[in-house]
Design a protein around this ligand. Structure first.
Ligand code: NAD
Ligand code: DAU
Length: 351
């Protein structure tokens, strides 16, 4: 059966890397990118493949069941890789309802379409992309495994946990052929500059203050976004139906150490005296309910599917800095208008 794969959220950060990989690697698949183009979605992110014969884009909101169904039927969708979501934790704290409608109801719409339109005799995959934040927060020791109990603590992570539960419920109740992965923090090109790494690069570049929440001792496990896209490829093709795979970088950094490293890299690049940018660091009011530490045990995907991270962190970080410094136009366009107002309102309250 020819594969017509619906990839949702393909105009966003991770989705654009997944779309690029699939369109370039699998010329016999038809890739349909479905995205409503929120503030976080930008077709510039995938401009290089927009004319590929095996690619098409459709602007559609996953909350709109009728529109979604029309795309599903017209494009004869055989498989779904679902990335579309509201993804920024801070925004989920100031305005949770979009997270609840998109991440929960939107996912439920896709699941129900697949349930009602796929023949169980055929070969289909519904692959849901999720986050390590569903597992809650770690202390100084230990790792999240696929067996870790769910303990979401922000509206974002609770909405993602709800969608994960719905995916598993559809598999258990209706036998829907599902796969799922829960990944740690991604970094790389085309990430919206409200997230830690691109926000700091942009602020260091423009000598603006660097807002570190709380003490800066919170830990995240960083993964090169193209390694995540490769893991998604491997799971989509080789992962077992009904299984969950954790994806991570084995790469823990406190926020403060990471920001100091970025300051050093950018000072060197811009021929500033080393130490110049560190003076911009400003400790601000902590994020409400701020999870202390995330760290993924990525043994299962390595042992069962042979995937492991390929890009060393400093190398990836330098590539990321180079990309942002070379793409000031992209950054300027994406941060104009509504984002300026968001930034001003959000960070003025914190400092
Ligand atoms: P992003 O915010 O950069 O992109 C999300 C995309 O979804 C955007 O293109 C947006 O336009 C689209 N979208 C949002 N609401 C929509 C709706 N109602 N209908 C259709 N499209 C809609 O997000 P990202 O960082 O690329 O994350 C992608 C997925 O990966 C999310 O499901 C997220 O939970 C998950 N994830 C992200 C990370 C990370 O570090 N960024 C880590 C683990 C998992
Ligand atoms: O772990 C996976 C998750 O990683 C994904 O599911 C989310 O979609 C993604 O946004 C990311 O969530 P985080 O909350 O970890 O990422 P963020 O970049 O917002 O923040 C990273 C850390 O940096 C976190 O501890 C908060 C801190 N931070 C963030 C910002 C934006 C600051 O100290 N200052 C800031 O200005």
């Amino acid at each position: 059966m020819k594969k017509n794969i619906l990839i949702t959220g393909g105009a966003g950060f991770i989705g654009s890397h997944v779309i690029r990989l699939f369109v370039n690697k699998y010329s016999d698949y038809q890739i349909v990118n479905l995205d409503s183009l929120t503030y976080a979605g930008n077709l510039e992110n995938i401009k290089d493949i927009e004319n590929a014969a095996n690619y098409s884009f459709v602007k559609c909101d996953i909350r709109d069941m009728d529109a979604l169904k029309a795309v599903f039927i017209k494009e004869k969708i055989t498989d779904i890789i679902h990335l579309a979501a509201e993804s920024h934790v801070d925004r989920s704290i100031t305005g949770p309802m979009d997270f609840i409608t998109t991440n929960i109801v939107g996912t439920a719409n896709l699941l129900d379409l697949a349930r009602n339109n796929w023949d169980s005799a055929d070969d289909h995959v519904f692959y849901h992309i999720s986050t390590d934040e569903v597992y809650g927060s770690l202390g100084a020791e230990g790792f999240f495994t696929e067996e870790t109990a769910y303990d979401p603590r922000s509206p974002y992570s609770a909405s993602k946990a709800s969608s994960d539960h719905l995916v598993n419920a559809y598999a258990h109740t209706y036998g829907l052929p599902v796969k799922m992965s829960n990944c740690s923090n991604n970094y790389g090109s085309h990430q919206f500059p409200e997230k830690l790494i691109p926000l700091m690069i942009n602020n260091i570049r423009h000598s603006k203050t660097l807002p570190i929440y709380g003490t800066g001792e919170n830990v995240r496990d960083w993964l090169w976004v193209e390694d995540h896209a490769k893991a998604i490829d491997v799971i989509f093709h080789k992962g077992k139906l009904g299984e969950t795979y954790n994806i991570g970088g084995w790469n823990e950094w406190t926020n403060i150490d990471l920001v100091k490293l970025l300051c050093q890299i950018i000072d060197e690049k811009l021929h500033r005296e080393i130490g110049t940018s560190e003076k911009l660091i400003n400790f601000v009011t902590d994020r409400a309910g701020h999870d202390m530490r995330y760290a993924i045990d990525a043994s299962k995907i390595k042992n069962e599917l042979g995937w492991e991270p390929s890009v060393q962190f400093e190398e990836g970080l330098i590539k990321t800095v180079d990309w942002y410094l070379a793409n000031e136009d992209w950054l300027g366009a994406i941060t104009s208008g509504a984002y300026q107002t968001y930034y001003k309102n959000f960070y003025e309250k914190k400092s």
